[in-house]
Design a protein around this ligand. Structure first.
Ligand code: PEP
Ligand code: MG
Length: 761
């Protein structure tokens, strides 16, 4: 038997009516608990549910039944579930709704006899969210089998926002329980984190997002709210435009790409329409913005893909901007009292938000979330701001004004550091500054070993903002330009003109230094948010990179056309990723030739020279080395993917991290074989995976005969120092004497060699 909610909460009028009733209850001069009791009664009635309950999260770990209509009254404040336990715990842990017609047979169902809930078959619960944080769970239950509609779930989510304000009011539970605090607020504490941009910093915590408190949640006149929303959108877009103009004026416009992405997101009608829909249910414009933000967070919470997660933080950033415009909160951080030694603390932040701050006063940033591939990390690295991410529990422990030490070298944060720590910090800071100064001073020195072997150090880049690192590090060129990054930060497929502009700007800034443009390497963990593809069981070995380009030749043609136009009068270096068969290279090269021919026929200015290469990432290419080397101008070893395929070990799987050492004989022999074959054919071989930037791995590669390295820009200085202090002949003799040492043994042996021979590692 199916029972429907009818007009109860299932349509717009129902939702608005329910909100109105709740608002009346909220306005009554009653203690918070009594208001909550009244609220659950109202919801149960309106949703035509026998049960409505509110569970409140205590101390960040236990969900306590705080009010119920329908369950046994004695269960209130007695029934408790851990986060993750039962259906209620599941909703809290995933921050997403659950609607079940037959709840009792759900594997997560946890029966609590004191509640008497064995009577109820169907269940619908939504998280009670505030500022993206779960404060509790709101549930309705019905005796009969009931299929709750999507609209009903939406209504409950809207109502849950109002309940969130009641919970956050601090009357039901103490405010201190709202943010889970495990440490003791005044004692020093050390927390682990992940270094996303290098450096050290000491400063004062500044909370990036002082909580925006919404006081008005429901509104009578939707039209007026929509007007307010329109105004806020307009002023936000103007502010973004201003920021874009400033970036242009600042010379180089290096952050333009990021800001343009924001500007495009701000134009997204889908986003505005969802907010308008929420306003139409009776919310104020600001509450509607927050509801859409909550929904988005809930939907994307489980997404692991780092790039998609970054879209989420971009959207969070924009949502917060919009809220500030709606509420008339000053947006420009200059207006905020930023101390001279500010360390920003945030759950996550978008790259444009970071750009808002006065860079001179910003000493560092620490994020509870954040990944190395996030845009904010890319921007922080480009601006040389130390950044730590993945600092679990951070937001619950830091208060504004706390002193903080960020130690990106050892991937740790010290809260309220003791005198001892501060002294150690001062010594480390001194040493780091001295090292950085020496790298900068040496950037124009030749990269030559002590025994006179010249080495080429190049950088890997993916955004325009990376390119100035060429001059800053004194690198010889860009050995790998990951063109897909431009596609990933865009809102839709960039057309030929847009691509041509980006590539031309890169070549302009590179100012004559070579730039190797790798054609689109999407698929696997690199996802384009606007291109929906079927999920693959094994995407790393799936439809990706050159395979896509060959199956969708129009895309490849457009990209090559843009590169040809951008490189007019200069040398164009093109590299194809993930080549598995020489025939694939032939096919790609044929398309390049067609595009060159087309450009010539159209009378376009052509590149002065074209050099074509391939990535060596797929082991199968090892047995086609002679054939591929006869065809290419250069090969670049992508050791990240190559290692994952050689060892059958997912490069993104944290559990396998470090399990197979690239210094193990198998991998060394493979790379050595490629380098030798390159020498036989007189073709340049480089390595552009992460191992190229690690001084010890790089020593092993030098001993194998590698002479061209491409790496993240911060690795250039240390590698140049290593090379200039190394006698390569001596190293080669040492390695030859080692024989077939295993990975870790080889690593310690190379380290010992460096220490004994004064090699800077
Ligand atoms: C590699 O696989 O080593 C490489 C450089 O390419 P990416 O990291 O972009 O896959
Ligand atoms: Mg790769």
């Amino acid at each position: 038997m199916t029972q429907q909610g009818g007009a109860s909460g299932g349509d717009l009028t129902g939702a608005r009516l329910l909100l109105k009733r709740i608002r009346t209850t909220m306005a009554r001069n009653l203690p918070a608990q009594a208001r909550l009791d009244e609220v659950v009664r109202t919801i149960a009635g309106a949703m035509v549910a026998e049960v409505c309950s509110v569970y409140v999260l205590r101390a960040g770990e236990v969900l306590e039944l705080f009010a119920t209509e329908g369950l046994k009254a004695e269960a209130v404040h007695l029934t408790r579930l851990r986060v993750g336990e039962g259906l209620v715990g599941d909703i809290a842990s995933h921050a997403r709704p659950l609607a079940l017609a037959d709840a009792q047979h759900h594997p997560q169902f946890a029966y609590r006899p004191e509640t008497g809930e064995e009577l109820y078959q169907s269940f619908m619960g939504v998280p009670v969210l505030r500022s993206g944080r779960v404060l509790g769970v709101l549930v309705v239950q019905n005796k009969t089998r009931r299929h709750y509609t999507e609209e009903e779930v939406e209504t409950m989510e809207t109502v849950a926002m109002v309940v969130a304000e009641l919970v956050a009011g601090g009357e039901l539970i103490g405010r201190e329980e709202l943010t889970p605090v495990t440490g003791i607020g005044v004692l020093p504490e050390r927390m682990d984190a992940q270094a996303l941009a290098p450096g050290l910093a000491l400063g004062v915590a500044v909370l990036h997002q002082p909580d925006i408190t919404l006081t008005q949640l429901v509104a009578e006149e939707p039209l007026k709210e929509i007007e307010r929303l329109d105004d806020a959108f307009t002023s936000m877009k103007l502010a973004l435009d201003e920021l874009l103009t400033e970036e242009d004026g600042a010379g180089g416009g290096e952050h333009r790409e990021v800001l343009e992405t924001y500007r495009m997101l701000a134009e997204d009608r889908g986003w505005a329409n969802r907010i308008i829909e929420a306003i139409e249910t009776g919310l104020t414009a600001e509450a509607a913005v927050q509801k859409v933000q909550n929904d988005m967070r809930a939907r994307m919470r489980d997404i692991q893909d780092p790039y998609l997660r970054e879209r989420l933080s971009d959207l969070d950033d924009l949502n917060n901007r919009l809220l500030r415009h709606l509420l008339g909160i000053q947006e420009l951080p200059e207006a905020r009292d930023l101390p001279d030694n500010a360390i920003l603390v945030a759950r996550n932040m978008g790259p444009a938000e970071l750009l808002d701050y006065d860079r001179k006063r910003l000493k560092g940033v620490v994020l509870e979330e954040g990944t190395a591939s996030s845009h904010v990390a890319i921007v922080a690295r480009a601006l040389d701001i130390p950044l730590l991410g993945h600092c679990v529990g951070l937001m619950g422990k830091v208060q504004a004004g706390d002193s903080l030490v960020l130690d990106c070298e050892n991937e740790q944060v010290f809260l309220r550091p003791s005198e001892d720590i501060l002294q150690t910090f001062a010594i480390s800071m001194h040493a780091l500054l001295a090292r950085q100064e020496s790298y900068a001073a040496n950037r124009d020195l030749p990269t030559v070993t002590k025994d006179g072997v010249g080495i080429q150090l190049m950088i890997n880049a993916g955004l325009l903002i990376d390119v100035p690192q060429l001059a800053a590090t004194g690198a010889a060129g860009i050995g790998l330009y990951r063109t897909e990054v431009t596609f990933m930060v865009a809102h839709s497929f960039p057309d030929v003109a847009r691509q041509r502009d980006v590539y031309a700007r890169v070549l302009d800034v590179a100012d004559g230094r070579p730039v190797v443009f790798r054609t689109l390497d999407i698929g696997s963990d690199k996802v384009l948010p606007y291109w929906h593809r079927d999920a693959e069981e094994n995407p790393a070995m799936g439809w990706r990179a050159l395979r896509i380009s060959l199956d969708r030749p129009a895309m490849l043609r457009q990209q090559l056309r843009a590169m040809i136009l951008a490189a007019a009068g200069r040398t164009l270096h093109v590299m194809f990723p993930m080549v598995s068969l020489v025939e694939e290279f032939d096919d790609a090269k044929e398309i390049l030739d067609l595009e060159l021919q087309r450009a010539e026929e159209k009378g376009s200015a052509l590149p002065e020279a074209v050099r074509v290469g391939a990535m060596f990432e797929v082991p199968a290419l090892y047995w086609q080395l002679d054939e591929i080397l006869a065809r290419v101008d250069f090969l670049s070893i992508g050791s990240n993917d190559l290692a994952q395929f050689v060892f059958a070990a997912d490069r993104g799987n944290a559990q396998l991290q470090g399990r197979y050492d690239p210094l193990s004989p198998a991998f060394q022999r493979l790379i050595g074989g490629v380098i030798d074959a390159g020498a036989r054919h007189g073709k340049s071989i480089s390595v552009c995976g992460e191992i190229a930037g690690d001084p010890i791995d790089a020593m092993a590669l030098l001993a194998l005969g590698l002479r061209t390295f491409s790496m993240a820009p911060p690795a250039i200085g240390p590698l140049r120092a290593m090379i200039r202090s190394l006698d390569l002949g001596q190293l080669q003799a040492h390695v030859a004497a080692l024989g077939a040492q295993r990975g870790q043994d080889m690593r310690s042996s190379l380290r010992a060699f460096a220490l004994d021979h004064g090699v800077a590692i």
